[in-house]
Structures are given as C-alpha cells and as structure tokens.
Write a new protein. Structure first.
Length: 243
C-alpha cells in the first residue's frame, strides 16, 4: 500500500491538482478515466496526512496490527462505514423518489464547502424524505459538515471498485502500540444505538446486519473505558490495559 501523503503538499496550489489526480486514480480508477482532470482537492484542516484508500478502516487495522502506530477513530467514521455497508439494504427498504443525477460542481462551488454540502444534503432529503434523512445523517458531538456531506455522497453516489490491500506482517504486541482511541461521548454511543434500533426492524437482512454491528459496538464499549477529558473518547483502561 502506498505511503500516506502529507496534507501540507496540498496547500501548494501548483502541487494540489497533481496530487489530487493521483488520489482519485487510486480511489476510483474508473472515475479517473472519465475525468478531464482534478483542479482542486480540499480536506479537513485537522488532517495531517491522507491515504488514497477505498477502505480506511482496513488500512487502519493493518497499520495497527503489524506496526507501532496509534489510532484515532471518531464515532462519525464508524457511522459512515455503517452507511457504506448498509447502503444496498437502505435503498431496498426505504421508499425513494426520483431525483436528478449528482451535478457537476464547478471550481468556485467546490471551494465553497457549505454550498456543496447543502446541495448534497438537499438531494438526499429529496430522495428519502426528511424523516429518513434525519436517521441517516450523522448527528454526533464530533460531527462536521464534512461528515454530513460524506454521508450524502455515500448514499447518492456509485461505489468504487474493490481495492487490494497489502499483506499483513507479524502482529505487534498489544501493549506495544501508540494510543488507540475512539472519539465519542456516552451520548454519542446512545445516538448510535438509537440509529441501529430505527433501522433493524425494516427488513430481515437489515436486522441481521444491525445485530452484528450492535455486537461490535457492545464489544468496543465493554473492552474500553470512557474518558471525558480533554475530549470524550474510549480507550483501554489504564488500570486494566488488556481486558
């Protein structure tokens, strides 16, 4: 797997399009072939690096499994991964309305994050209706407009092709990692449970998928300890680091 790209390179307007084109080619070769080029790539300013991967969770697990990396995942990242996994079921069980295809955004529009996100959110609302959209959009303490836009894009867009990932090396000892934290408060975990409850009875297949995801959440919270400073997160209990 390619090395992460420092986001400082993307701050250079001359380098940004070239690097952005490389990222698009890695993430979606089919879209890259259809594209006339990438003229701008924006991202959350808190990110120090970006990896051209179709599944960040697989990359993160691999990195922690056989390297001494730390890891920080937000509850929003979990919910976006859930939406990607449940997308076929969501489109099957919820009645949808016909809407226009995703528009082509021009450069000034893409640079206006709020405008782009609002357009995507309005389209999702038009397709599913306000009640369903409220369930699907992330609404956690860590949620940003980027997360809301990503949720809409996942549910409105087409899926990327499957990407091969690197082979795992020898596992690193559990106590030889950097800090591994899942960012979220007790209220966030309750919202996640409520979302699962809203979805699980919609169909048998969706119920099976939700049961597995609920078990994952239970195991996560059971294996860690909730801390609230400086920001709410769950991590291994310092008094019992190997539960």
């Amino acid at each position: 797997m390619d090395a992460p790209i420092p986001t400082s390179y993307l701050d250079d307007p001359k380098e940004n399009p070239r690097i952005a084109a490389q990222i698009l080619e890695k993430v979606s070769p089919e879209d890259f072939k259809k594209s006339d080029g990438v003229f701008f790539f924006d991202r959350p300013r808190s990110s120090s690096q970006i990896l051209a991967s179709q599944n960040g969770f697989i990359w993160a697990v691999a990195d922690v499994y056989d390297r001494q990396s730390g890891l920080r995942i937000r509850v929003d990242n979990i919910w976006l991964a859930v939406l990607a996994q449940l997308k076929p079921h969501i489109h099957e069980v919820f009645p949808t309305r016909e809407v226009n295809e995703l528009p082509y955004f021009l450069e000034p529009e893409l640079k206006d994050t709020n405008r782009t996100v609002k357009c995507l959110c309005d389209m999702l609302g038009a397709r599913f209706g306000d009640q369903v959209t409220k369930i699907l959009f992330p609404r956690f303490s860590t949620t940003t407009s980027w997360d809301t836009g990503a949720a809409a894009l996942i549910l409105l867009g087409t899926n990327c092709q499957v990407q091969r990932h690197r082979r795992f090396g020898q596992p690193v000892a559990v106590d030889n990692h950097g800090p591994i934290r899942v960012m979220g408060s007790k209220e966030d975990w309750e919202i996640l449970r409520q979302n699962f409850a809203e979805l699980k009875d919609r169909s048998r297949d969706l119920g099976f998928a939700i049961s597995r995801l609920s078990a994952m959440l239970d195991n996560l919270l059971r294996s860690g300890k909730q801390y609230n400073f400086p920001r709410p997160y769950v991590t291994a209990d310092a008094a019992d680091p190997l539960p």
